[in-house]
Each structure stands twice: as structure tokens, then as C-alpha cells.
Design a protein around this ligand. Sequence first.
Ligand code: SF4
Length: 133
Amino acid sequence: MAVNGDFTIFAGELLFREDDRFVFGNVLDGPLLDCLKTSRFRALTTEIRAGVRRCAENCSFYSDCGSFYISQKHAETGSFDADETLACRLEIKTLFRSLDEASAAPTPSDHHAAVRKPSETCSVDESGLTLGP
Ligand code: SF4
């Protein structure tokens, strides 16, 4: 919501664009939910849902992200009917890839097990430590 009472839906930063296309109403003008009945809301929702569908069909991180970067889609492509943006490639996808790699990497306990392994193949006899096979 802006200081004058104008509000938007979907992403707050949409309020601070050059045009008022994303202003859905003003809190001083009456019931807020009336904006859900406007053609502006329906048109934008249709466009956004098309972009969400694109993400669901094309992005392997959709189940984690859920087509999160709505406003960035519009900033980069001029439409909400879009999937990958530079911002989501650099931020969301990089983050989730890093998390996937980190979860696949050996844990500290795996590391200790690996460090212990050589000693498990060692034996001590009268002549001293013998490294196994
Ligand atoms: S990471 Fe990008 S392309 Fe994938 S679901 Fe999110 S916004 Fe869509």
C-alpha cells in the first residue's frame, strides 16, 4: 500500500511503476474486496496464471519456487506471462542448486566415517602397525 492509500495485489513493488495499471484501489474508497470484481484484476490474474503455468511446465524448481518472481517477470519481459528471468536464474535457481549440491555433499559424519575407514583396515601385530589390503 502506498502512503496515499493506493494498494496493489500480487507484489508490493508493482505500486511503484510509472503507470497506475497495477493500482487496484484505494483503502479510502470502500470495500477492498470490490477490486476482485474488476476487469483489471481479472485480466492481470489471467496473465499471471499463464506465467505460472509456463513455470510449472518448464522449470524444475517450480515446486520450490512456485513462480515467485511475479514483478520481475514484468520488469524484464513486459508481461507476467513469462517463466524464467535473469533475476530468478541468478537468485532463486542458484540458491536451490546450491542447496541441492549441499544436501548431496558428504556430511561431517560422512567425513568422519571416511577418515576412520583406513584405520579399520589397519591391524597391529608384534612388528607394529600394518596397513591393510
Ligand atoms: S525459478 Fe524462475 S522459472 Fe522457475 S518457477 Fe521460479 S520464477 Fe519460474
